[in-house]
Ligand binder design. Structure first.
Ligand code: NDP
Length: 301
């Protein structure tokens, strides 16, 4: 089996390089052209012609798109590029997947919802993007569905990865120097590890390859919920319990309204995952287990 992976160096893309490798040959691209056995391949999602040619050249059985324009605030002003990368490139991948009878695996976001209420969003709930990034991600989903290809679209939220920077590491760094931290307490969601996103996609993909009726849109996040404030508190308590010397004494809960950003953020990022768990007989761990594992690596304990 041939798998074409786009966005190989992103948080999720990096974990997918590992997780997909047991399924077949993975041709993994970032935004720079690369010379391969299939010719020189373009993985830049803003080059729609080059992207289509790359898919033609590889003729994969599975296309996995981990690339996206993810600069949520910048997307408000860099609209054209965000739209091409998140919407138009998804359409190209979907059209090519349809032509090849391949499955397209794609990631989306809870930002397709308006973020109101306290219920966990279901796949069947009405969409109403909270910002321009969310609108481009929603259009990408819709273009994939309209193209009629086999697809697995995973909507997720609050993604972190062990590799590189993340919210937890930022909190630890700040807590070393500052006695007081102000952290948003009225946004509720679920921290989701890039490793879980990759491993779950592979588990679902294995089943969808055998049973294409499983294709569709799924919500994917660990069990439980938290606020950024409670998440920060969890991280700092854990680090202190492992002997980290931190200056921080107070973690103040603050409201989203105190931190205006160019793009609005949803207050309710909860995602209902029953459909995914039932369809694929999967268990999703609580969010603390992934965060703890990442912290153990970050703290080198
Ligand atoms: P990252 O920002 O870590 O990775 C995105 C990747 O896309 C980067 O490797 C980036 O490349 C690449 N990329 C951006 N523009 C282009 C382009 N024009 N051509 C090719 N590659 C490009 O994102 P995540 O791994 O966190 O996100 C994975 C998916 O999950 C995305 O679909 C995202 O929308 C979704 N998601 C993410 C959430 C989050 O909290 N991060 C929340 C909900 C959903 P480069 O490094 O060169 O810039």
């Amino acid at each position: 089996m041939k798998i074409l992976l786009l966005g190989k160096n992103g948080q999720v893309g990096w974990e997918l390089q590992r997780a997909l490798s047991v399924l077949g040959e993975v041709i993994a691209l970032d935004r720079h052209p690369v010379s391969t056995a299939y010719g020189t391949l373009v993985g830049d999602l803003s080059d729609l012609v080059g992207l289509r040619e790359a898919i033609h050249s590889v003729a994969p059985n599975v296309i996995v798109n981990a690339a996206a324009y993810t600069a949520v605030d910048k997307a408000e002003t860099e609209r054209e590029l965000a739209h091409i990368v998140n919407a138009m490139a998804s359409q190209v991948m979907a059209e090519e997947a349809k032509r090849l009878d391949a499955i397209l695996v794609h990631y989306s976001t809870d930002y397709v919802f308006d973020g109101t209420g306290t219920n966990a969003w279901k796949e069947s709930d009405a969409v109403s993007p909270v910002n321009y990034y969310g609108a481009t991600k929603l259009e990408g989903e819709q273009l994939i569905v309209a193209a009629g290809c086999k697809h697995l679209i995973f909507r997720t939220s609050w993604v972190y990865a062990a590799r590189g920077n993340n919210f937890a590491k930022t909190m630890l760094r700040l807590a070393k120097d500052r006695t007081t931290l102000n952290v948003i307490a009225d946004q509720i969601g679920v921290p989701t590890g890039a490793d879980l996103l990759a491993d779950t996609a592979v588990a679902a993909l294995q089943q969808a390859l055998i049973n294409p009726e499983l294709c569709g849109i799924y919500h994917l996040a660990p069990a439980g919920e938290t606020s950024w404030h409670a998440y920060a508190t969890y991280v700092i308590d854990f680090a202190q319990s492992k002997g980290e010397l931190l200056a921080v004494k107070t973690i103040n809960p603050v409201a989203t309204t105190e931190y205006p950003t160019p793009a609005s953020r949803p207050l309710n990022s909860r995602l209902a995952t029953e459909k995914l768990r039932d369809s694929f007989s999967l268990h999703l761990p609580d969010w603390q287990s992934g965060v703890t594992r990442m912290l153990m690596e970050a703290l080198n304990t």
